[in-house]
Design a protein around this ligand. Structure first.
Ligand SMILES: C[SH](C)CC(=O)O
Length: 267
């Protein structure tokens, strides 16, 4: 029905991801700030969100999601961010490497690699796209490491190999972190570490590093998106700075939808 409002077309739903993700807090703030009281932010997972997106996109149906860059969905689908005049999703951000206190002393070689780890959106996309096309994350990561020895050797320069030392990395099943965590795991495994990857929710990921049950995570979306976790655990972790610069978060829709701003959701 061409007279249907945008809200009617999508049942007043924005398809989100796991409730602990910072993007969900920003999306809830967005509903408040833009006075979208009759809208619902649907909780789920990154995988469920992209499955819903794929289904709607292939049928050229309207859909509104919480989205972020880097993400493979921007190379698979023709998507756009809705303008956010109130800035509820913040500005361009970075992804930080967060390690437990004491890691530098206990596992200096792993610490050095984690501290040096830094790559670009293009690098991350190389891995993410392969995984989205069905390749196993560890295989896509191994292939990328094989093909990017020049960059990897910058991360491992001067680092000594170890003999089976254990290392535990936490991550949330966001497409971005599935890619990055498998890459850094492969690099550390090649140095001799016995790496355990723990897929957890965002809260337990930050808690694990703060309590020392996890050695590190490379999923610190800062300064705004994970500000609550950063503040809550201040002093109980070491922030090694960014491993990827220039992320973006917001409300994302297919280009075929005739809306351009979050303001347009208010009818
Ligand atoms: C979904 S982004 C990868 C991170 C976040 O929103 O917490």
């Amino acid at each position: 029905d061409e007279n249907a409002t945008i809200g009617d077309q999508v049942d007043y739903e924005i398809i989100g991801i796991d409730p602990g993700a910072g993007i969900m807090k920003a999306a809830n703030t967005t509903l408040e700030e833009y006075e979208l009281s009759d809208w619902t932010l649907v909780e789920g997972s990154s995988a469920a969100m992209t499955a819903s997106l794929k289904k709607a996109y292939n049928a050229e149906e309207p859909i509104i999601i919480t989205g972020w860059s880097p993400h493979w969905m921007f190379s698979e689908f023709d998507l756009k961010y809705l303008e956010d005049p109130k800035g509820t999703f913040g500005e361009e951000e970075n992804i930080h490497t967060i390690v437990r206190n004491g890691l530098a002393e206990d596992k200096p070689n792993a610490y050095q690699v984690l501290d040096a780890f830094n790559w670009t959106e293009e690098h991350m996309n190389d891995v993410m796209v392969k995984i989205s096309e069905g390749q196993k994350p560890e295989e896509a990561a191994a292939e990328w490491v094989e093909n990017n020895q020049d960059l990897v050797s910058e991360w491992t320069e001067g680092v000594e190999s170890v003999d089976g030392d254990k290392l535990s990395l936490g991550y949330v099943a966001w497409d971005t972190e599935i890619a990055s965590t498998n890459v850094i795991s492969k690099v550390l495994t090649d140095l001799g570490y016995d790496v355990t990857l723990s897929q957890v929710e965002a809260g337990p990921m930050w808690t694990g590093v703060a309590e020392g049950s996890l050695d590190a995570h490379i999923a610190g979306w800062l300064p705004l998106t994970h500000a609550d976790y950063y503040d809550k655990f201040e002093g109980k972790f070491e922030d090694l700075g960014s491993n990827l610069e220039g992320t973006k978060l917001g409300i994302v829709v297919p280009e075929y939808m005739d809306i351009d701003s979050i303001e347009d959701l208010k009818t």
